[in-house]
Design a protein around this ligand. Sequence first.
Ligand SMILES: [Zn+2]
Length: 416
Amino acid sequence: MDVEIGRTVAERFQRYVRYDTQSAEESKTYPSTEKQKNLGRLLVDELTELGLKDATIDEHGYVTATMTANIKRTIPTIGLIAHMDTSPDVSGNNVKPHVHKNYSGQDIVLPGDSTQVIRLSETPELKKQLGNDIITSDGTTLLGADDKAGVAEIIDALHYLTKHPEVEHGTIKVGFTPDEEVGRGVEHFDVQKFGAQYAYTMDGGEVNEIETETFCADSLHITFSGVSFHPGYAKGKLVNSIKLASAFLNKLPQNTDSPETTEKTEGYVHPHAIQGGVEETVVKFIIRDFELEGLKKKEASLRALAEETVRDHPRSGFKFEVKESYRNMKYVLDKYPEVVEKAMKAARMAGLQPKLHSIRGGTDGAKLCYMGLPTPNLATGMHNFHSKLEWISIQDMKKSVEVILNLIKVWAETTP
Ligand SMILES: [Zn+2]
């Protein structure tokens, strides 16, 4: 595709990362930090300049806009979504993007802090970047490719379409969201009003990956109850719930089923907090599995272990409370196979060998799937996100723009 894309996507990206849009975990407001709206307002201006007349930012910080169809026949309205905030884990204040031109296989020492080094030995993906131009921060902050790369790629694709009216497309809806990194990105997102039939988040990593699966996730509280008594006169009477909880935890599988012992498509049960006293002790879990059936099995086995624990203590007991967190988006996407098929086709047209990928976590797209908007996650090219060693290549960003444009063409071509 022509050079026009490359010129603009990298420029846009480097402009956006200079805006501090870090979201905050403990905040009670929405968006969690007001400063995210500064980038939002800039994006509204840029979308307006591109001719998207309804570009707007609402009180929650959502930026939306419509690119109207340039053909008469009816085509599904497609949404393109990216998030504006950056991770609370690493500072996003005063980001200074740095372009390392024509990468030749060396370790990349970041210019503002020489202890921050992206090592080839730890970063096998770098081997595919020989000759490419790699953008990093100066090493004192994150870069913010997650997810300003997604934002820049979407806007750059729209820019291309405005310059090339001969490319046929249906109606395209754009959505830029705050607070994805604190798990609240779609909390106030109005799917109905957004008006897309299908959507794609641009928030993935390696450029040929299409993410179509997330975990099924529940949280679980097991509250053990004992009997409190004056410890001096407690013989045969006191039942200590702290000890019950500890006996229970000892029964958990040691070498399997834990975050620290699983990878790829394996699920886990993870006790992440414990609090209590003699009378009552609560153990808090998160449970993860790619299949709902597996999730339920894991919960059943924890219940069995809790039952076993209290069996020998007649006056003890436990309460078992499961709360749904989110579900694998695959269950929704499987009902609309063309959404992923078209993304695969678009990637192949760009010379990529697309690979379906599972996320060991959730995404806004997964939530949107269950809010009525089937939304797989496409790659932006970002790497080492949530870290000072974050990087992305300009060539991969251009590839992602090309995939977006192909996708828009594929939807227009194959829909009669
Ligand atoms: Zn992200």
